[in-house]
Design a protein around this ligand. Structure first.
Ligand SMILES: Cc1ncc(COP(=O)(O)O)c(C=O)c1O
Length: 451
């Protein structure tokens, strides 16, 4: 599949006179590629890169990882040869326009109406940092509220920004406890709602949170870094389809194209419903913004240099795999099918049980044992042993407070403060067909330690 893209690369090299065979000398002289050490260094690089997990295969179901789509790979690699910088139109005129177009598409996906503001970022962390920075600027001195299930970045970024914050309890389902939120909302500035928590892939109850926030004039920030693109399959989700209907009411939204948007790392996005927040970014730069009176993205971002290649890759991908149910949505449906198939199989298993019904495509589960210490020990052994042998299975682990676990499974002995569980992220389109084999491998792993 990748080799079929070579004609596109050749055409690009000829057109942009990148290759010295086109009659020009390349920026880096051709002789550099004839260095005898090249083969040696490549060999070492090749050997060292073997020390990796097979993120591209279905048997890797551990963390939120998968290679970018070949379309993204093609556009990114080609653009990288020119290396435009989306900080200003001076440095990346074409790719800045592409960035504005993809931001329009993403905003429209969430139900935002133009004019709204947004840009790509290096990832979800920086995107959330910007959203929290705007939260602090628009409601100075008022605390940011987020649940225990929120990504750790929110607490950390509030500390970086010097913003007050409060942590709202999570329920045993792994989402914000709305009753606790109600008791803490008075005087708050912004509530962070996670659509797809990192640990359990849970969507927090936005529908209920919106009504609480609106009543108190509190802003809403959606951290949809992981789950945001599931908006495309709204109505077909396993859980709480209603909440997804309210995404347009959020004041800001973060989504990571480098998670479920088929992009390589270095591609997050932040969007603001009210374009007026652009005034917080106002700054003077004596070096840039000369080539055009149009908006330079650097005027509305905290990062300066940013890869035009990220915008190009996302633009190219979304023009071939659109943001609709049959485009990117079809891949997300497949991930939903995979998580439901795994959940059902675990429910019928003698060796494992699911911790809860998956909301998206992350499934947490436990070996079927009678105490938290036994479950934790077995989970860790299965996690380690899974990575060995001819038919490996790459999973991840998740730590849960014993208090939460006991509410779900009161009969399991709570002999420690927290329990370590198994976790799988089924974000590749190949996962759906792999579930029966995944169960086989899981059963074998269980029997090797408890056979
Ligand atoms: C919900 C959520 N928010 C934020 C982040 C941080 O994003 P990034 O790793 O792209 O910086 C993650 C990463 O897993 C996430 O799941």
């Amino acid at each position: 599949m990748y080799t079929e893209l070579i004609p596109y690369i050749e055409r690009w090299l000829r057109h942009f006179k990148i290759d010295d065979q086109a009659g020009f000398e390349s920026v880096y002289k051709a002789a550099d590629l004839n260095k005898p050490e090249l083969e040696k260094v490549y060999q070492e690089f090749f050997n060292r890169m073997k020390d990796n997990y097979p993120f591209h295969l279905p048997e890797y179901a551990g963390q939120m990882l998968k290679p970018p789509h070949p379309y993204a790979w093609l556009a990114y690699s080609l653009t990288m040869m020119l290396n435009p910088n989306n900080h200003a139109l001076d440095g990346g005129p074409a790719t800045s326009e592409m960035e504005k177009e993809v931001i329009d598409k993403i905003g429209e996906m969430f139900g935002y109406k133009k004019p709204f503001l947004g840009h790509l970022t290096g990832g979800g962390t920086v995107a959330n940092l910007e959203a929290l920075w705007v939260a602090g600027k628009s409601h100075p001195g008022k605390p940011v509220l987020f649940s225990e299930a929120a990504h750790y970045t929110h607490k950390r970024m509030c500390e970086v920004l010097g913003l007050p914050y409060k942590v709202i309890r999570e329920t045993e389902e792994g989402m914000m406890d709305v009753e606790h939120l109600k008791s803490e909302i008075e005087g708050a500035g912004t509530v962070v709602v996670t659509m797809g928590t990192t640990g359990r892939g849970v969507t927090e109850p936005l529908a209920q949170i919106v009504s609480v926030c609106k009543k108190h004039g509190v802003r809403i920030h959606l951290d949809a870094a992981y789950g945001g693109f599931f908006k495309l399959v709204e109505g077909r989700l396993h859980y709480d389809n209603l909440s997804w209907a309210f995404t347009n009411l959020a004041d800001s939204i973060v989504v990571d194209p480098h998670k479920h948007g088929l992009q390589p790392y270095g591609c997050g996005a932040v969007l603001f419903k009210d374009p007026e927040v652009g005034s917080f970014y106002k700054h003077d730069s004596p070096y840039t913004y000369f080539s055009s009176d149009e908006l330079h993205l650097g005027e509305i971002t905290l990062e300066c240099s940013r890869p035009g290649a990220s915008a190009a890759a996302l633009w190219f991908t979304l023009n071939l795999i659109p943001l609709d149910e049959n485009g990117l949505g079809s891949m997300l449906k497949s991930s939903l099918n995979a998580s439901m198939a795994l959940y059902r199989a675990l429910k019928n298993s003698d060796h494992f049980f699911p911790v809860s019904k998956p909301h998206l495509d992350i499934v947490c589960f436990a070996p079927n044992l009678s105490s938290m210490s036994e479950i934790s020990e077995a989970s860790k052994t299965i996690f380690r042993n899974g990575m060995e042998g001819e038919k490996p299975l790459y999973l991840s682990l998740f730590r849960m407070k014993s208090e939460t676990f006991t509410k779900l499974f009161p009969k399991i002995e709570a002999d420690q403060d927290e329990v370590t569980l198994l976790r799988s992220v089924l974000m590749k389109p190949t996962h759906e067909a792999f579930i029966p084999e995944m169960i086989n491998r899981l059963n074998k792993l269980f029997l090797t330690i408890r056979g």
